[in-house]
Design a protein around this ligand. Structure first.
Ligand code: KMH
Ligand code: ZN
Length: 309
């Protein structure tokens, strides 16, 4: 087992809305500041989405991405994993545009279609919204299919390969591991793959230790031993599942994209607070945070000198 652990901070995402937490970063400056603070606490990777600075709505605007990535790069050498999941309702073309535009070292790559649902978070909570789009955005997910067809997977693979961007394969359910095996067999994906097991999204697999073990063992059987993996989990499952991953030798992702809290009833005031917490746990378990350069080596990334920002 590697003693080093790659810690990713997923800074703002496209799941939570501004009224859910005053600490959710919205503007490019807030997103960049949060990423740098997460780096200072031990995160080697920042997973980046952007939001419309006026109303906090998830945005595909490449100029907003540009502001964030250039600000972070001018302040630290952390790895940037740009989202190609985007936000609900964005086209696949809009989602993937960050790859040819910025040629990042790493970008997320959602490896199958699913019912990506958030409407249930409204049950009895979040009555007051600051912006009209927030409630609609959550409600519409009852009828939302997050589209990642085999054609999209093939086309995204071609774009990732052409730009030497390593895909972080987002695996929400068991069948998506089979999709990885299929795309490897067809030669669209290259070994060794890097998978992010995403647990606890309604529409995907629940966040349980059994599911995490089953994902890991299924990946070993169907893909082989030469993969790198990480775990993230929704809401209150975040720290527990990340701790399980630390024990299993995996890598971890924390951040306000997945969870707004630091502990029960206590909102996290920053991504950095969650990073600091998982660093404390990791050290107790004999795992040390990897630096960005160590993480580059572990993931086989092309290097910061080859990005397009
Ligand atoms: N926006 C969500 C539908 C990713 O960044 O690739 C999925 C997501 C994953 O956020
Ligand atoms: Zn994301």
């Amino acid at each position: 087992m590697s003693t080093k652990v790659i810690i990713t901070a997923a800074i703002t995402g496209a799941i939570h809305t501004p009224s859910m937490s005053p600490y959710l970063p919205i503007t490019p400056k807030q997103i960049a500041d949060e990423a740098v603070r997460a780096y200072e606490e031990g995160a080697a990777v920042a997973h980046i989405h952007v939001r419309n600075p006026e109303n906090g709505m998830p945005s595909p605007d490449l100029e907003l991405f540009r502001e964030v990535v250039t600000q972070i790069k001018s302040r630290c050498n952390m790895i940037l994993c740009l989202t190609t999941g985007g936000g609900f309702g964005m086209t696949t073309e809009q989602r993937v545009a960050v790859v040819p535009t910025f040629k990042p070292e790493l970008a997320s790559f959602n490896f199958g279609s699913m019912n990506f649902a958030l409407f249930h978070v409204l049950d009895g909570r979040f009555k007051e919204f600051k912006y009209p789009w927030e409630k609609e955005y959550l409600v519409m997910t009852e009828d939302f299919i997050f589209p990642n067809t085999f054609k999209t997977l093939r086309e995204f693979c071609e774009i990732f390969n052409a730009n030497e961007t390593k895909p972080e394969l987002e695996i929400y359910d068991l069948g998506m591991i089979n999709n990885v095996a299929f795309m490897l067999e067809r030669g669209y994906l290259k070994r060794p793959v890097y998978m992010q097991f995403v647990l606890g999204i309604l529409g995907g697999a629940p966040a349980t230790i059994e599911n995490l073990l089953y994902f890991y063992q299924t990946a070993q059987k169907t893909i082989g031993g030469d993969f790198t993996w990480s775990v993230c989990a929704a809401g209150r499952h975040q720290i527990n599942m990340c701790t399980a991953a630390l024990l299993m030798g995996g890598n971890v992702r924390v951040g306000l994209e997945d969870n707004l809290y630091l502990e029960k009833g206590v909102l996290a005031k920053s991504n950095a607070e969650q990073v600091a917490k998982i660093v404390r746990i990791a050290r107790e378990l004999g795992r040390e945070p990897a630096t960005p350069d160590e993480a580059r080596q572990m993931l086989g990334l092309k290097g910061l000198e080859k990005v397009g920002y």
